[in-house]
Design a protein around this ligand. Structure first.
Ligand code: COA
Ligand code: AMP
Length: 631
């Protein structure tokens, strides 16, 4: 079926459309109710269906005779290790790990935090939870203890699964001290921590609380798949909001499994036996959807890569992995290609490898800037799909659908809405605008399967943050426009979230941390353009009266505070002292103008500004410090 027909059908007759798509997966009990409302009045899919997501990702394929096919390929240039799992081997490993969790008292509905580096055991842990109906919450390994503690308190895990260390290029990151510090900070205490001992750096276990992963799994009996309701949560994944407290995005089992299966074929054109590589981390939504669940549900082999696009060992790493495993679809953030381009501008390293199996390159996570698109296009000469989505939706809201009929590409556009997503551009009063007019990108309800139904433990926040602004719509937080051919152009966030190297971060959270410094009276953290990472945070700081502190010392202390509190991944490296911050007469900091100034973009002085002269002052300070590009 062509795109138009498919899209029309999904919007005009969503129930019939998704009923048909639901037959892609093997339910334990097929749903009769396709779309209904839950107790919160939220649209839900397949309410009376029963299934098990790990069964769909593993056992089902073994039963279909694909037990000897590769399921997971682990490639770790940072340790020099490679390991593969067939579907049978991965099923066996997951069943044992699930049995180990059961022996530790974990059951259906219990939460398990997974704080792991990119080793196959991270996927095994996720799938083991899914197998017994437990809810996993994976926390990105680059987060500092404080971030982990916030998630421990919000998710109340019975068990935490972790490892002795991670490896950043050539640097060992000891996980155990981070875990211990986080548990100390948190009010909630897990009953058990299961620690995977890596040979690169073992750790001491805490008596009475920690157990050795390998020993516990060896002693466990395999556990069977527990049937769960389509509406039961599969996982909670925290993502940055505009405040210091991250939001626990909830994913249910039924809608998610259908969306993963559907998107794998329609968006990515991947089929059983194909090799798919999402070069991300299981700590992010890309890792959940397209390293673990979707490729396995689709019967593909997924590449699990513990390394970077550069420096492990060089900028040919992506091409080496694609050639070695016959990758058909490569998915990464644009920042990864910018890093490769920086080190290998002529892309000479790609010529060393046989890329004949590589069909398509997919990019998401941040805006795909035209120079990066052009560079990949020129040197790799494969279709490039820029697709746009977010943690909340779990799969692409818009893209170029390789499994339907790929459309012509328009520079700067993420192409067309995915079937199921009724994308509308709204004006500030919530009215749809005309083609080519900018506004807030919203999705008319119902959201398709796979999207979040709530925020973990805080349904009011879900309603207030996403559904409350415009009745009948979910707001994405991004602004943009649809052109007259329904091509979507995403222009950036309308809130204070920034995107650093494809990682979503809250400037509000950074402001809280910076403002906590004893010398700081007030501050604003904004996103400044970065050639490598897309955006990088910049702090503008107002000192308390009478404080005498050297600016360089203050900057170092602020950088350290953010590193200690969020983690190195925040990439907070710059802070400057200003005399005044631009504010409205009612005292609200005008962050958008600050962003415009820092990025040397044109702006209109807001009519509500209290003290327009401060804008020129800030412009001069940033210029002097080399923090603002010159005209
Ligand atoms: N554990 C511990 N620390 C981590 C980490 C992890 N899992 N991931 C990143 N960090 C640290 C880095 O070591 C770095 O520390 P430093 O400031 O001490 O050097 C810091 O966090 C910033 O990391 P990053 O932004 O990744 O910068 P980088 O210079 O190490 O690498 C890129 C730059 C572009 C190569 C890298 O960002 C990249 O590969 N990006 C792809 C992003 C991606 O996959 N996003 C997912 C969405 S699709
Ligand atoms: P995350 O939830 O971490 O995946 O971040 C989602 C946000 O990243 C979106 O709301 C966008 O702001 C941004 N984003 C993701 N993909 C794209 C893309 N292809 N183009 C532009 N922005 C994107």
């Amino acid at each position: 079926m062509g795109y138009q027909q498919e899209y029309q059908a999904s919007i005009e007759q969503p129930e019939a459309f998704w009923q048909k798509q639901s037959q892609r997966i093997q339910w334990f009990k097929e749903p009769k109710t396709i779309l209904s409302k839950d107790d919160n009045g939220i649209d839900r899919w397949f309410a009376d269906g029963q299934l098990n997501t790990a069964y769909l990702a593993l056992d089902y394929h073994v039963l279909q005779g694909r037990g000897d096919q590769l399921a997971l390929i682990y490639d770790s240039p940072v340790t020099g290790n490679k390991r593969t799992y067939t579907y049978s081997q991965l099923t066996e490993a997951v069943a044992r790990c699930a049995g180990m969790l059961v022996s530790q008292g974990v059951g259906k509905g219990d939460c398990v935090i997974v704080y792991m580096p990119m080793i196959p055991e991270a996927a095994i842990a996720m799938l083991a939870c899914a197998r017994i109906g437990a809810v996993h919450s994976v926390v990105f390994g680059g987060f500092a203890p404080n971030e982990l503690a916030i998630r421990i308190d919000d998710a109340s895990p019975k068990v935490i699964m972790s490892a002795s260390c991670g490896i950043e290029v050539d640097r060992i990151i000891e996980y155990k001290p981070i875990l211990d510090a986080a548990i100390n900070m948190a009010t909630h205490k897990p009953t058990r921590c299961v620690i995977y001992q890596r040979e690169q750096q073992r750790c001491e276990l805490t008596a009475g609380r920690d157990i050795d992963w390998q020993q516990a799994v060896a002693a466990a009996q395999p556990a069977d798949c527990t049937p769960v309701s389509a509406l039961d949560p599969l996982y909670v994944l925290y993502t940055s909001g505009t405040t210091g407290k991250p939001k626990g995005v909830v994913r249910d089992n039924g809608g998610h499994a259908v969306a993963m299966s559907y998107s794998m074929s329609v968006v990515y054109d991947m089929h059983p036996g194909d090799v798919f590589w999402a070069a991300s981390d299981v700590g992010w939504v890309v890792g959940h959807s397209y390293i673990v669940y979707a490729p396995l549900i689709a019967g593909c082999a997924t590449v699990f890569y513990e390394g970077k696009p550069v420096r492990t060992p060089d900028a040919g790493a992506f091409w080496r992995v694609c050639a070695e495993y016959g990758v058909k679809g490569l998915f990464a953030a644009p920042t990864a290609f910018r890093a490769i381009r920086k080190e290998d501008p002529q892309c000479l390293l790609a010529a060393k490898y046989d890329l004949s199996k590589l069909k398509t390159i997919f990019m998401a996570g941040e805006r795909l800037d035209p120079p990066t698109y052009d560079w990949v296009d020129e040197h790799i000469q494969r279709p490039i799909v820029d697709h746009w989505w977010q943690t909340e939706t779990g799969w692409a809201i818009a893209g170029n659908h390789m499994g339907l009929e790929p459309a012509k590409v328009k520079a700067g556009s993420v192409t067309r809405p995915s079937p199921g997503f009724n994308v509308q551009i709204l004006d500030p009063r919530g009215r749809p605008v005309a083609a080519n007019e900018q506004g807030s990108i919203a999705i008319k309800l119902p959201l398709p399967p796979g999207c979040l139904p709530t925020i973990w433990g805080n349904h009011e926040r879900f309603v207030a943050g996403y559904l409350g602004t415009y009745k009948g719509y979910y707001i994405t937080g991004d602004g943009g426009y649809l052109d007259d051919e329904q091509y979507l152009f995403v222009l950036g966030r309308t809130d204070d979230i920034i995107n650093v190297a494809g990682h979503r971060l809250s400037t509000g959270e950074m402001e809280e941390i910076v403002a906590g410094h004893s010398a700081v009276a007030e501050c604003a953290v904004i996103g400044r353009h970065s050639d490598l990472k897309g955006e990088e945070p910049l702090g503008l700081v107002l000192l308390k009266d009478g404080v005498d502190i050297d600016e360089e010392t203050l900057k170092m202390e602020l950088v350290q505070r953010v590193r200690d509190s969020i983690g190195a991944v925040a990439s907070f490296r710059d802070a400057v002292v200003v005399q005044r911050l631009p504010k409205t007469r009612s005292g609200k900091i005008l962050r958008k103008v600050l962003r415009n100034i820092a990025n040397n973009e044109e702006y209109l002085t807001p009519s509500t500004i209290d003290d327009p002269a401060c804008l020129g002052e800030i412009e001069q300070i940033l210029l002097k410090k080399g923090l603002r590009p010159e005209n």
